[in-house]
Design a protein around this ligand. Structure first.
Ligand SMILES: Nc1ncnc2c1ncn2[C@@H]1O[C@H](COP(=O)(O)OP(=O)(O)OP(=O)(O)O)[C@@H](O)[C@H]1O
Length: 309
């Protein structure tokens, strides 16, 4: 089910994609504990890609490997064609990183922090920072140390955008933000990234935000990557099925996941299509005329694919 982002059909035209990130045969262990083995994925230029996974599946680990903070046990990660652990200063400038982000130097106010960070980034563009800050309705002279947790996160996101990097890596960007600001930021980031041809690699457990923001989803399970696909393709094929006839086929012979009896119904998930499922049941000697197919939100599809617990 994994799809590498080499080609994309956009308004009828096939585009060849240039990959900003490429990870091949990535394997990581902490001590003798395997986090994943042989992970392969690519992030094409100009796409907003969301990494989804339950707690502890290795999302932050992957981001730490990409940023050279962690050395994988084996395999290779390349960013802009260079080994992630040994990026040249010119490639480092192309990457903006938010790590469970809060702003340091919280004794400064917003205006001071903007000037301070500007001095480190040659491509600094203060416009997105101030556009976001103006929505906060906080005086430019207010100290960061006197802001709430969510307000500090907003400042951190403004600093990330102002770096004007080609690749933005945002680990858990929704930290402490209220629903209104999350919506504002998601819409702003989506608009900004597509207009400026930025590539975004993002994690968050708030999948409603991800559904609104991302073009492609990567779903990480314990030990392996389950899929990488455009979200619309995933949601067009991966469906929930229910039937009131409590049939007991050999589920292992069927292209379904997580079959479960819920009260007087059978429920399962599949990307095979209704006809194929009916055919599969028939081949096992079961007829059903009450099979219902249901379209899913990204959150429902994520839970359907990875299981509830
Ligand atoms: N430095 C470390 N040493 C040992 N184990 C670690 C270390 N860092 C993370 N782990 C373990 O590796 C696993 C993956 O952690 P990681 O932080 O990458 O997960 P995650 O997918 O980002 O989780 P979450 O969604 O909860 O933030 C977890 O079980 C965690 O306990």
């Amino acid at each position: 089910m994994i799809l590498y982002g080499q080609t994309l059909i956009n308004k009828g035209k096939i585009q060849t994609m240039e990959n900003v990130i490429e990870c091949r045969h990535l394997t990581h262990y902490y001590g003798d504990r395997c986090i994943y083995e042989d992970l392969n994925f690519a992030i094409p230029k100009g796409r907003i890609v969301g990494l989804l996974g339950k707690n502890g599946t290795g999302k932050t680990t992957t981001i730490n490997i990409l940023n050279g903070y962690l050395q994988p046990k084996s395999g290779e990660c390349r960013m802009f064609g260079q080994n992630a652990g040994q990026l040249s200063p010119s490639v480092k400038q192309k990457v903006a990183l938010l790590l469970e982000g809060h702003v340091q130097y919280s004794f400064m106010n917003i205006a001071q922090i903007e000037k301070f960070y500007a001095s480190f980034y040659p491509l600094w563009d203060k416009a997105p920072f101030w556009e976001l800050m103006n929505k906060l309705k906080i005086a430019p002279k207010q100290r960061i140390s006197r802001m709430s947790c969510g307000q500090r996160s907003q400042v951190a996101l403004g600093i990330i955008l102002a770096q004007n990097a080609d690749l933005l890596i945002l680990d858990d960007f929704s930290m402490g933000l209220d629903p209104g600001y999350r919506r504002l930021f998601v819409d702003y980031l989506s608009e900004y990234a597509h207009a400026e041809d930025k590539t975004v690699f993002v994690t968050s457990h708030i999948i409603q935000d991800m559904e609104r923001l991302i073009d492609d989803c990567m779903i990480l399970d314990y030990g392996k990557l389950l899929l990488q696909q455009p979200v619309d393709r995933f949601l067009n094929s991966f469906k929930r099925y229910q039937m009131t006839s409590l049939l007991a086929p050999n589920w292992k012979k069927m292209p379904v996941v997580h079959p479960e009896k819920i009260r007087n119904k059978m429920e399962f998930y599949s990307d095979a299509g209704k006809q194929t499922i009916v055919q599969n049941l028939k081949e096992q000697g079961f007829e059903t005329n009450d099979l219902q197919e249901e379209s899913l939100t990204l959150e429902e599809a994520f839970i359907g694919l990875t299981g509830k617990y």
